[in-house]
Write a protein that binds this ligand. Structure first.
Ligand code: ZN
Length: 504
């Protein structure tokens, strides 16, 4: 049995999501044999396993997961263990149908996909805490455990719920944020179109309205929805910290701006022990390798420059875009190593063995339907060897030449309705500036507008529509200290409540 330190990750990690529950147990031994052949060092397990771990309320079946973790440990493979709280079982929704999220037009989603969760629902919160407690108690000391993987891709596919529980939760959040209803009226500009409130109980989520709604209300709702998901992450993280001290806790981000626009990763980066990211190439005509580099630089930046980990990408095509081209020979390794070069402590994929059934059976994997006599498998084995040989780069840091300012709140505000032009998109400016810097071989950090900029000789401000007074002061001090600031059009237009700044 190999010697492993359960609570450290040495070298670079290589592997992927492992879903053994999709396969007969007889397949598992072949899985780990091939994992060893490919140089796999870590797999993510149990992300969608709640229904099998708790088949009825309060009835637990951990035996199969015990055997999976033991088998992996016996083969020297460490485990990134999921809390399965992104996929409550069918029985849970039969008991608590109000835990299914509601869209802005009042449609309640149904069970049968994934991520159908109202994050304000108290029954969901209690059930998530319960299964997390059970897992942490059972596996805290398991020698295979290297990392906790809470939930999955918060903000995707549901970024906000508009149900009555969320409405009540939103009112409490507004009272904390604004203090008085008079302050809310002022911040939201409710004098316009007669929207004045005389009590928080009159305020609703920005549900479907006859024409455009109050933009400050919509902006606050995005903040509220993000904060509510983060509350639930922190609740699970704190359980894991208490019951399994020393084991780092993460949740997989999707920092690529085309893949998740509902999460303020600056705030989330402060809450995780290790920043991890999922990245998938978008085949929408842009130069995908530039988008990849941008996502990796943004991920490193939300990690505060510390090493991070690519927890998911694809060996070849995905299956959820209109067209899903296969990767060309060598493209997978180039992409994986691009993430490593920008600070990732390894490269993991979705998923280990390609599914035969379910929604993602045409998504590529490390072990494809075609088996080991395939180009994808040969390239996976080669990449595993390469990643293994790169162990000495673990822990190194990237030094950037330039900072590009980025703020999710500004992006949210700029993309609200009834702006001067729908072509004025903050992401378009960020993409364009990034690409120009990339083509000049400059390494880019992203920075929050109120962050420390003193290390950078050049700071670029793509359309930063929403700019707080604190951010403006920060930029003023940066320039007064000798920094060079490049500011795009449509910057510094509104404050944090989408109110246009007063003129001089
Ligand atoms: Zn809700």
């Amino acid at each position: 049995m190999p010697e492993t330190n359960p609570q450290s990750r040495t070298g670079l990690a290589f592997g992927g999501d492992y879903n053994p529950e999709q396969w007969p147990e007889a397949v598992w031994s072949e899985d780990v044999r091939l994992m060893r052949e490919a140089g796999v060092t870590m797999v993510s397990v149990g992300i969608f396993s709640w229904a099998l771990l708790e088949p009825a309320p309060g009835v637990y079946e951990f035996g199969w997961l015990d055997r999976v973790l033991d088998l992996l440990h016996e083969n020297g493979i460490r485990v990134d263990l999921g809390t399965p709280t992104v996929a409550p079982p069918a029985w849970f929704y039969r008991e608590h149908p109000e835990a299914l999220p509601v869209t802005a037009d009042g449609t309640r989603h149904a069970f049968g996909s994934r991520g159908a969760i109202c994050h304000s629902n108290t029954h969901y919160r209690a059930a998530a805490a319960s299964i997390t407690t059970r897992l942490a108690t059972r596996y805290a000391d398991h020698p295979a455990l290297a990392l906790w993987h809470v939930h999955n891709e918060y903000g995707v596919p549901v970024s906000a719920c508009y149900c009555e529980s969320c409405a009540a939760h939103f009112r409490r959040w507004l009272a904390d944020a604004h203090g008085t209803v008079e302050a809310l009226n002022e911040a939201w500009g409710t004098a316009f179109w007669g929207q004045h409130y005389t009590g928080f109980d009159q305020v609703d989520p920005p549900r479907a309205t006859p024409t455009v709604g109050n933009p400050a209300q919509a902006l606050d709702y995005r903040r509220f929805a993000d904060a509510t998901m983060r509350e639930n992450f922190v609740a699970e993280r704190d359980i894991l910290h208490r019951l399994a001290p020393g084991v780092p806790v993460t949740t997989n981000f999707m920092t690529a701006l085309s893949q998740c626009d509902s999460v303020d990763y600056w705030a989330w980066g402060r809450e995780v022990d290790l920043v991890t990211n999922d990245h998938y190439l978008m085949t929408d005509g842009r130069r995908t390798h530039v988008n990849l580099a941008m996502a990796a630089d943004l991920t490193r930046s939300v990690a505060g420059g510390a090493p991070w980990l690519l927890l998911e990408h694809s060996t070849s095509g995905v299956n959820w875009q209109p067209r899903n081209p296969a990767k060309a020979p060598g493209q997978m390794a180039r992409n994986s190593l691009s993430h490593v070069a920008r600070g990732s402590e390894g490269a993991l994929f979705f998923q280990w063995r390609q599914s035969r059934r379910g929604a993602e059976k045409f998504h590529s994997s490390m072990l494809p339907h075609a088996g080991t006599d395939s180009r994808v498998w040969r390239e996976v084995v080669e990449l595993g060897s390469t990643i293994g040989a790169l162990a000495p780069v673990a822990g190194t840091r990237t030094v950037a030449d330039v900072a590009v300012l980025w703020d999710w709140h500004s992006w949210w505000a700029q993309n609200l309705q009834w702006r001067p032009s729908e072509d004025h998109d903050a992401r378009e400016r960020a993409d364009t500036f990034y690409e120009a810097l990339y083509d000049r071989h400059l390494t880019v950090d992203f920075a929050h507008p109120e962050g420390d900029l003193s290390a950078y000789p050049l700071v670029v401000v793509p359309a930063l529509y929403l700019m707080t007074e604190a951010a403006a002061d920060n930029l003023r001090r940066y320039v007064e200290s000798g920094g060079t600031l490049l500011v795009s059009y449509f910057s510094g237009i509104v404050d944090e409540h989408d109110a246009v700044h007063e003129g001089p």
